[in-house]
Structure formats: C-alpha cells, structure tokens
Write a new protein. Structure first.
Length: 152
C-alpha cells in the first residue's frame, strides 16, 4: 500500500485469491488447511477493513466530503462482509463442503462487488488534498497492527 507511484491502491486481488485457496482446500477435504487459510484470510481482511474504516474513509470524508454518502455505503458493505464472514466461520467448522460452498459464493460475490465499488470511489475522490496528507495517512495505516483493536 505504500507504493509511491500509486499509493492509494489496495491489493484486493490477494483477498480474493486467499478465499479461493481456502475453497480449493475445502474442496479436496483438507479441512485443517481450509480452516487455517480461512482464519488467515479473516485476520487479513479485518485488518484491511480497519485500515479503511479508521484511516482512509475518515480522511476521504474530511478532505473530499461525502455528498452522496458513498463512504457510508462502503462502510455498510464492510458490515455485510463481516456478517458473511461470521456465517462462513460457523459453517466451516462442520466440514460440510456443499454447505460451505453455498455460503462462500455470496461472500466472494460481495467481496468482488465491494472491491470494485471502493476502487471506483477512491479513484473519483482521491485528489491533491489527500496527496498533500499522504505521509500522515501512511503513518496511520502503518500504526495499525494485527491483533489490536480488532473489528468484531
């Protein structure tokens, strides 16, 4: 996230790939690996959402405003993703691939849609005001560490 040429770009594809890897492990009934991959994915995604909810979104609202409540929509999408993650965390414990896959599809779809929506909003709203505060934003993002003040 600190690439100086395109510092606002998130690595959303790594989250999608991590979820796919979890699905593959579950598909071949490697449940221990599937659970490990899922837990790592959840931890990473929670941190990612915290970075956005606690740092990026407030900066966007402060610097660019949010007249169409797009940041509010993105925050709501995070809540939806958190609910889908919770549901899938219960399902994966039962080691029922059909049910797991049934619950995985809406999570994956919501993740892809959110990432696309967010990238469009970031592209429209990021401007010189945010660029002028780049170092401050990056410092705040780097201050967030896994395991502290985790999203519920």
């Amino acid at each position: 996230m600190s690439d100086s040429s395109n510092w606002m770009v998130h690595d959303h594809h790594k989250h999608q790939a991590a979820l796919e890897a979890c699905d593959i492990a579950a598909g071949v009934r490697e449940w221990k690996e599937a659970v490990q991959r899922f837990n790592a994915f959840v931890d990473e995604l929670k941190l990612h959402m915290r970075m956005e909810d606690e740092v990026l979104y407030p900066f966007f609202k402060e610097e660019a405003g949010d007249p169409d409540d797009e940041i509010g929509d993105l925050t709501y999408e995070h809540e939806k993703l958190a609910g889908l993650l919770y549901s899938l965390s219960i399902v994966i414990k039962h080691k029922d691939y059909d049910h797991f896959e049934e619950c995985l599809k809406p999570l994956y779809q919501a993740l892809v849609e959110h990432n696309s929506h967010e990238e469009a909003v970031f592209s429209r709203l990021s401007g010189h005001a945010l660029l002028n505060r780049r170092d401050e934003i990056l410092r705040r993002l780097e201050a967030l560490r896994p395991g502290t003040h985790q999203r519920a």
